[in-house]
Ligand binder design. Sequence first.
Ligand code: FAD
Length: 484
Amino acid sequence: MAETFDLVVLGAGPAGYTAAIRAAQLGMRVACVDSGVGPEGKPSLGGTCLNVGCIPSKALLESSEHFHRTSVDLKEHGISIGDVRMDVPAMIERKNKIVRGLASGVGTLFAKNKVVPFAGSGRLLAGMRVEVTPLAGGPVETVTAKNILIATGSLPREIAAVPADGNLVVDSSGALDFSTTPEKLGVIGAGVIGLELGSVWNRLGSKVVLLEAMDTFLPGADEQIAEAALKEMTRQGLDIRLGARVLSAKTGKGKEGKEGKEDKVEVEYEDASGKHGIEFSKLVVAIGRKPNTHGIDVNEVGLLLDERGNIHVDDFCRTNLPNIYAVGDVVRGPMLAHKASEEGVMVVERLAGEASRVNYDAIPWVIYTAPEIAWVGKTERQLRASAREYKVGVFPLSANGRARAMGQTIGLTKVLADRHSDRVLGIHIMAPMASEMIAEAVLAIEFGSSAEDLQRTVHAHPSLSETVHEAALAADGRMLNFHG
Ligand code: FAD
C-alpha cells in the first residue's frame, strides 16, 4: 500500500525545502520529492537558488570582485602587488564546493527534521496521490498525501530564434560554468540575471555587450536609481544596448577556429536605427524565467493555470483544488528566493492553524552588481501614477564618511514617504552592500514606520546605513551632512 504523509512537497528549492522543514517542526509527517541535479549532474537539493541561481552567481560575483579590486582598486590604497592572474577553473571549483556544501546541508536539515526525501520526479495523480519516478532509475513509487505543496520553481525562458547549444549559446546556468573567460560575451537581456552575469565576466576581462529589447533600463527599479546604475555600469565597461531586439543567432567558425570546431556566434539584432550584426565568442540568453509545471501533469488532476502559465493561487497560495497549494516561482509574483520560502512557511503554518501571511508589499529586491542596488516598496513612478501625495529625500553616497573611507562613493539612498501621514512608502539604495542595508528599510515598511521614525533611529557612525538616516531627514529638507 502507498505510504501516506501529512504533506508531500514537490520540489526542494527555497520554497519547498523551507516549507518541508517548517511543516516537520510543526509535527507533520513530510515527504519532499525533488528532481534537482547539481553542477556535477548528481541529485542535489536546494533547487535553482542553490545549484544554478542565487548562491553560485554570488560566489562568482565575489571572486570576480576580488580580482577586479586587486588588479584595479588596490593601488589607490597604496598597495602594490605583482601580476594579478585569474584561474577560472579554480574559481568555478570554489563555486561548486559552496553549492555542494549548502546542498548537502539541506539533506542534513531534512534528516534532523525527519523529512523523508525522494530523489525523483513527482507527478500528480487523482486521489491525492503522487507518483515518483526515481532519478537513479528503478521502480516508480506512489505516495499518498493529506496535503500537497507544489514548489517546482521555474526554468530559463528560451528564444526560438536563438537555440542554446550548451556550448557557445547558453542559458544562465551555462554562464556559471565557463572554463575560460570569453573574449567577447553577448548577453541577451539586461535584467537582474543578465547584469549580474555580465558583471562577473566583464570584471574578468570579457568585452560584454548586453542586448535588451526594452527601451527602459531596469523598469522595476526607481528611475533615478536606474539612471545612475546605467551610467555606472556603462562606466565599468558594460556595453548596454537598449531597444535592441535579437532576431537570430548562428554559430560558426571564426579565423582562429580549430579544425571543425565552431567558436563564434553571429547575432543579428534590430533597433531604432535598423538591423545590425555582431559577433561573440559566447552568447548568454538571460531573458527571464518561466514557471515550471512540466512533469507534474496539471491536467491529470484539473489544476488551473493562469494566462502566464503560473499555477493559479489566491493570496494564501491555495490552488483551485482542495488541499493542494503552490508556492514560489511556479506561482504569480516576483521570482525571488525569499518570497518563495516565506510563501512555503505561510502555507504550512496555516495548515497547522496559525494565522500566517506574507506581506507582499514588503519584499526586498536586490541586484548584486557593484555597487549593489536594492529596494522595497513603491518607486517614484508608481507614486506619481497614484493619487498619493508624497515627499522625497535623497542622500548621495559621496557625502557619506564610510563610503569615502571605502573609496566607493558612487550611489545614493532615497526615501519616499507620504506627504501627510509621513509613512514610509519606499526605500531605494544604490550602494556597496545595499543587500544588507535594505533590511532596515524592509523593517520600516513592515512596521509601518514614518520617516520621522528613521530620523530618530540612531545609526552607527561611520556606516553606509547613515545614508538611510540622512535620506529620511532629506525628505523633510533637513539633511545634516550634505547641502544639495
Ligand atoms: P526552484 O529553486 O526552481 O526549485 C524547484 C525545484 O523543484 C528544483 O529542484 C526542481 O528540480 C524541482 N522540480 C521541478 N519539477 C519537479 C517535479 N515534477 N518533481 C520533483 N521536483 C521537481 N533570487 C533571489 O532572491 N536572489 C538572488 O540573488 C537570485 N539570483 C539568481 C541568479 C540566477 C542566475 C537565477 C537563475 C535565479 C536567481 N534567483 C535569485 C531566483 C531564485 O533562484 C528563485 O526565485 C528561487 O530558486 C525559486 O525557488 P523555488 O523553490 O520556487 O524554485
